[in-house]
Design a protein around this ligand. Structure first.
Ligand code: FAD
Ligand code: 2HG
Ligand code: ZN
Length: 477
């Protein structure tokens, strides 16, 4: 039987389950949990709850399900779509996973590790390295995002081309369902065809179907040879040709292929201390590419150099710099990973995280850039990203010193043009950042009706009372 309870009774219930110290209500202490990384949303909450065990998460969800209190799971709170921010109703709690941060086990033989949801991504990369293995998920936010958040957003990042997205790296999950039951598949099996793949439902669900409390993650042999280059390509079409040339020439050892426009180099060198121009000249488009191999003796530098020479002879490139040492490699990556921060320093940004069939990327960039140039001449287009995966961050930025509100007032119009073009080319309006609260109307507009119907049916089956992250991904019923 459902019983709605007063805030006082709810708080007493939470304290009974967690103890008083793990139920935060002090305004200043909880303020950072009530807004998102981009400061697009601000909400309120009955409390921020910090469970320290799976059993506590289970008891909390059973209690919230019975009392119809909305639960907003929160990891590192680095998400881009407002998915971890509560609404303004005051009838929701933020469920922080920060205290569930144990590496339960690591198995070099099985190439796997079992990590709790609150583990910080960069810590897991280090844990893998300590047993001579590699965990390839890598994002600019890896120092603060959590693996539970990575799985819940199905994060992508810088190594997807070779190793896949977060979904591809999960062998199994432990999930607490909305009614408090625990579903676990942490056995580390690579083969298990016993019915529906339930874990996949929770990956990319952004906390709307249950709370991920732990995951069994795939590890790989550690790359012992790496070759990295910063390359000036003639055009986006040339970048796509180079991508295919490098994949073939390296026997598919290409792990990253990131498109970087001149404006991003200009922004990062101006706003981020220590970032330097990687090439002597100024070129409209560059690519940061990296080959990796588990065999130390693989001659990756010469492989990359020869492939780039062929590309230069074929008219794809104007210039290239190969990283001569780890310091130079880190400098190239620092430039790339600082682009979001540099953009933030410059001004407000209209972000479009889109995916396209690789063959349509150049056409998209040509058409969408032409529209921006003639309709928003005062704005700065910063189109960059994981082109090896067909994923562009097609961001339109306000220039420093201009009124950001004038750009923000055009956000819906720009989004419509960009997303309509993406849809007409067979692409996706969310490649790696998810839907959250930000893109609910966009999902409703572009998703096929049968997909939306099935998503709603799954939501209802797993969370009939609608307590899990209400209003995210799908509109509240
Ligand atoms: P949060 O922001 O806390 O939560 C995200 C969503 O997941 C919310 O809906 C939340 O409710 C839900 N959630 C969190 N934990 C759980 C859990 N345990 N169980 C159920 N639901 C949960 N993203 C990319 O994909 N690729 C990038 O290259 C990339 N680069 C970034 C660079 C920067 C500088 C920044 C700030 C962000 C970047 N991101 C990128 C976005 C962001 O870091 C990712 O989406 C990340 O996966 C979010 O993890 P988090 O722990 O911060 O999750
Ligand atoms: C990246 O690839 C992130 O750096 C951030 O996904 C993208 O800020 C953005 O638009
Ligand atoms: Zn990205």
């Amino acid at each position: 039987m459902a019983t709605e309870v007063t805030p006082k009774v709810a708080l007493a219930g939470f304290r009974r389950i967690l103890g008083a110290d793990a139920v935060l209500t002090d305004r200043d202490a909880i303020a950072p949990c009530l807004t998102d990384h981009r400061k697009l949303y601000e909400g309120t909450a009955l409390a921020v709850l910090r469970p320290g065990s799976v059993d506590e998460v289970s008891q909390l969800l059973a209690f919230c399900n019975g009392t119809r209190i909305g639960v907003v799971p929160q990891g590192g709170n680095t998400g881009y779509c407002g998915g971890a921010t509560p609404d303004g109703s005051g009838r929701q709690v933020v469920l922080s996973l920060a205290r569930l941060a144990r590496l339960r086990s690591i198995d070099a033989t099985n190439h796997s590790m079992i990590a709790e949801a609150g583990c910080i991504l960069a810590n897991l990369q280090r844990e893998a390295e300590a047993v001579d293995r590699y965990f390839p998920l890598s994002l600019g936010s890896e120092g603060s995002c959590q693996v539970g958040g990575n799985l819940s957003t199905n994060a992508g990042g810088l190594n997807v081309l070779r190793y896949g997205m977060a979904r591809d790296l999960a062998l199994g999950l432990e999930v607490v369902l909305a009614d408090g039951r625990v579903l676990s598949s942490l056995g580390g099996l690579r083969k298990d065809n016993t019915g529906y793949d339930l874990k996949s439902l929770f990956i990319g669900a952004e906390g709307t179907l249950g709370v991920i409390t732990a995951a069994c993650l795939k590890l790989f042999p550690r790359p012992r040879a790496v070759a990295t280059a910063f390359v000036a390509v003639r055009s986006v079409a040339a970048a796509v040709d180079l991508l295919n040339l490098l994949r073939e020439a390296s026997g598919d050892r290409l792990s990253s292929f990131e498109l970087i426009p001149h404006v991003a180099i200009e922004l990062t060198t101006r706003h981020i201390p220590g970032v330097a121009q990687p090439l002597a000249g100024e070129y409209p488009w560059c690519v940061l590419c990296e080959l990796g191999s588990a065999r130390a003796a693989d001659p990756l530098d010469s492989m990359l150099e020869n492939a780039l020479r062929d590309a230069m002879d074929g008219g794809l490139l104007d210039d290239a710099a190969l990283a001569q040492n780890e310091r130079q490699r880190a400098a190239f990556w620092r430039l790339r990973e600082s682009i979001p921060e540099a953009q933030r320093h410059e001004g407000a940004s209209l972000k479009h995280d889109i995916a396209l069939p690789i063959a349509s990327l150049a056409r998209f960039v040509d058409e969408a850039s032409a529209w921006i140039a003639s309709n928003l001449p005062e704005a700065m287009l910063v189109a960059y990203g994981h082109v090896g995966d067909g994923n562009l961050h097609f961001n339109v930025n306000a220039r420093a010193g201009t009124d950001p509100l004038r750009l923000v007032a055009r956000a819906d119009e720009v989004q419509r043009v960009v997303h309509d073009l993406v849809a007409s080319l067979g692409g996706s309006i969310s490649a790696e950042h998810g839907i959250g609260r930000l893109k609910v109307p966009e999902l409703e507009r572009y998703a096929p009706p049968a997909k939306l119907d099935l998503m709603r049916a799954i939501k209802h089956a797993l969370d009939p009372n609608g307590i899990m992250n209400p209003g995210k991904v799908l509109r509240s019923a």
